[in-house]
Write a protein that binds this ligand. Structure first.
Ligand code: URA
Length: 243
């Protein structure tokens, strides 16, 4: 249950402040009864009319967000830490992240208020490629990296084959930069894969999600997905989940 003015605002009809005015002016009905109290609560199953017109479901919105490190991938945090929705103060819709990136991971995160779309992309059979760039503590050998590409055993099962590429190494600092592409979404998967071969991750960034990348964005910035990108993601998901 949410405050009536919030439900109206989230339906994309008007701002929350205007919605309050409409309520006080007697322009809002809940299940056929005019409501003028601002504290009134309503749920999505209530029939709400504004100026005699029934409000419809919230307009769906889709964003590509460059998550900075030090941010929680959820809509709220009990400990009051910064969350991804803090970066969308202007957005009235109740958006949430599709999947998650760890607190210390930066990179591409999709945000939406479309639950169906999010479920589709998070379906275990949906094999969208996620491309990460990793900085390891220590320099893994070719043999170590081969283990990652064929699959390593984690406590929740063996990982599927991954694409791995050693990009550069720093012998003095004993670090390596490695690209890894996976299509699974186990919790903290990339970090656990590197821990499994004995090379903990110092830095982790998701650079690509399917056909999408971070081009043109700085950490903390976002852009709306184009209708074409939304369609492409949806089509890909539908064809892959029905296989
Ligand atoms: N794998 C991880 O370990 N962490 C992330 O945030 C994403 C993938």
């Amino acid at each position: 249950m949410d405050r009536l003015q919030k439900v109206i605002a989230q339906a994309g009809i008007t701002s929350r402040r205007n919605a309050e005015k409409l309520i006080q002016d007697g322009k809002v009905k809940v299940n056929g009864t005019t409501v003028t109290e601002l504290g009134t609560k309503a749920s999505p199953s209530d029939e709400i009319e504004v100026n005699g017109v029934k409000i419809e479901k919230e307009e769906p919105v889709y964003f590509l967000f460059y998550k900075p490190t030090g941010v929680i991938s959820s809509a709220k945090d009990e400990k009051g830490r910064k969350v991804v929705t803090d970066f969308f103060p202007e957005i009235e819709q109740r958006i949430f992240p599709i999947g998650r990136l760890d607190y210390d991971t930066s990179g591409l995160l999709l945000m939406t208020n479309d639950g169906e779309f999010a479920n589709l992309l998070m379906h275990p059979k949906y094999k969208v490629e996620k491309h990460y760039i990793v900085k390891t503590k220590g320099i893994p050998s070719k043999h170590d990296l081969k283990k990652l590409s064929t699959g390593v055993r984690l406590e929740d099962g063996k990982t599927a084959p991954a694409k791995i590429k050693l990009k550069s190494l720093d012998k003095k600092k004993q670090t390596a930069i490695i690209e890894i592409t996976i299509h699974e979404g186990k919790n903290r998967q990339v970090r656990r894969m590197f821990e499994a071969i004995g090379y903990p991750i110092q830095k982790l960034k998701r650079e690509r999600y399917g056909l999408l990348d971070l081009k043109g964005l700085n950490p903390g910035e976002s852009r709306r997905l184009t209708p074409h990108e939304i369609k492409q993601l949806r089509n890909l998901a539908v064809t892959q989940t029905s296989k």
